[in-house]
Design a binder for this molecule. Structure first.
Ligand code: GTR
Length: 382
């Protein structure tokens, strides 16, 4: 017997031969050639495949959503921004869950404004409302100076990032999800939470809820993609170093693998996903199809040169292989088959990308390019 546990592969020559599932081919073998067939037939089919096999169901019902501003500073950031800390409470039956939002809106800019929303998977100090602590992970001043609102919530409000306690967030409202093999777990819960923040944005007259961009790094970047897929109200997705079960192709088995992610983080994806441990070829989808589900909305993915764990090449290939669906919308990305040079950002495209020099992180360089990409897709008038 050959031991199944293998070291992670970082050698391009050892990437196994693989065939990606055809994003445009329906389960009954028809080739989708136009938007209506994609939207009515194939898109729902692919979405269900991702739900059942990977991220789980996305419960849509609750009884009530209320919000309360718990702190407000109208002249934060030396008068440049208006801070609101908002508690969003979602109620279902006799249970409720609180989401704590930090939101800065630029002053001296015509309202409503577009907003960047970060799914924060790191320490809460990264999104410090007092700005005593500043972090590249959420460079709020830079975003405000670019004329956008900037917001964040912490993943623990959706689901604690822990295999023993992940049920203690919004899954308390949906306990039935824990009983089924295609039930939502932590990554799904974080995406769900992002949608509830968007519900709140629809009620905040300073925010242009039609231009809310969801951002996440790594595990947060996986959740950002799933949020953008599930909730078509998100105008754009930024998925930073999201890697395996994020923007990178699973079948390449380069860096982190499905076995590895399911073993380290059994609370992120459905029970069903474990069936694909060391068995990527059996998956009816691959991650290019996740990006395709966001079409025709823009997606920007990133990598870092020292973060081979997240498979930069496999991420770029996902974008490339999502293109046929964007083409149905006459939104060609113009991506060349080979990834761009290090630190060179692809901005003027429906599918954006860069591979930053450096380690696994979310940095000012990344955010500056997110802002450029947002400016390109939503040019400011006047
Ligand atoms: C790693 C995990 C990655 C990524 C990363 C992170 O340990 O293997 O998939 O999610 O954590 O979130 O920083």
């Amino acid at each position: 017997m050959i031991a199944r546990a293998q070291a992670q592969n970082y050698d391009e020559a050892k990437v196994p031969a693989y065939t990606l599932p055809d994003v445009l081919k329906t389960s009954d073998g028809q080739l989708v050639k136009n938007k209506p067939d994609w939207e009515k037939k194939r898109r729902p089919e692919v979405l269900t495949l991702f739900e059942n096999n990977i991220y789980g169901q996305m419960p849509k019902t609750f009884d009530n959503l209320t919000y309360k501003v718990t702190n407000e500073v109208k002249d934060a950031m030396n008068g440049k921004a208006h801070l609101k800390e908002v508690t969003i409470t979602v109620t279902k039956g006799n249970k409720s869950a609180d989401i704590h939002l930090v939101l800065f809106t630029p002053n001296h800019v015509k309202k409503p404004v577009p907003a960047f929303l970060l799914i924060n998977n790191r320490g809460k100090e990264n999104t410090d409302p007092t700005r005593a602590t500043k972090s590249e992970f959420w460079p709020a001043e830079t975003v405000i100076e670019s004329g956008y609102a900037v917001a964040a919530f912490h993943v623990s409000d959706g689901a604690p990032d822990n295999k023993n306690t992940y049920q203690d967030g919004i899954l308390r409202l949906y306990p039935e999800q824990l009983e089924t093999d295609n039930g939502m777990k932590a990554i799904g819960a974080w995406a769900w939470t992002a949608s509830r923040v968007l519900d709140y944005f629809q009620k905040d007259k300073n925010i242009d809820a039609k231009k809310v961009f969801v951002v996440g790094h790594s595990r947060g970047g996986k959740a950002a993609l799933w949020a953008g897929v599930q909730d078509q109200r998100f105008a754009m997705v930024f998925s930073n170093c999201s890697g395996n079960t994020g923007a990178a192709l699973a079948r390449r088995r380069f860096g982190e693998t499905i076995t590895r992610i399911n073993t380290s983080f059994p609370h992120w994806f459905t029970n069903n996903y474990k069936k694909y441990n060391d068995n990527e070829a059996a998956l009816p989808v691959d991650q290019h199809m996740l990006i395709a589900l966001i079409a025709p909305r823009p997606v920007y993915a990133t990598n870092a040169t020292k973060d081979l764990w997240a498979d930069p090449k496999g991420t770029y290939l996902s974008l490339i292989n999502a293109q046929p669906v964007y083409a149905l919308y006459k939104k060609p990305s113009g991506l060349s088959p080979e990834p761009p040079a290090i630190n060179t950002a692809i901005i003027n495209s429906i599918l954006g990308y860069h591979n930053r020099e450096g380690i696994h992180n979310l940095t000012t360089f990344d955010w500056q390019n997110f802002i450029r990409f947002a400016n390109y897709h939503y040019p400011k008038k006047g």
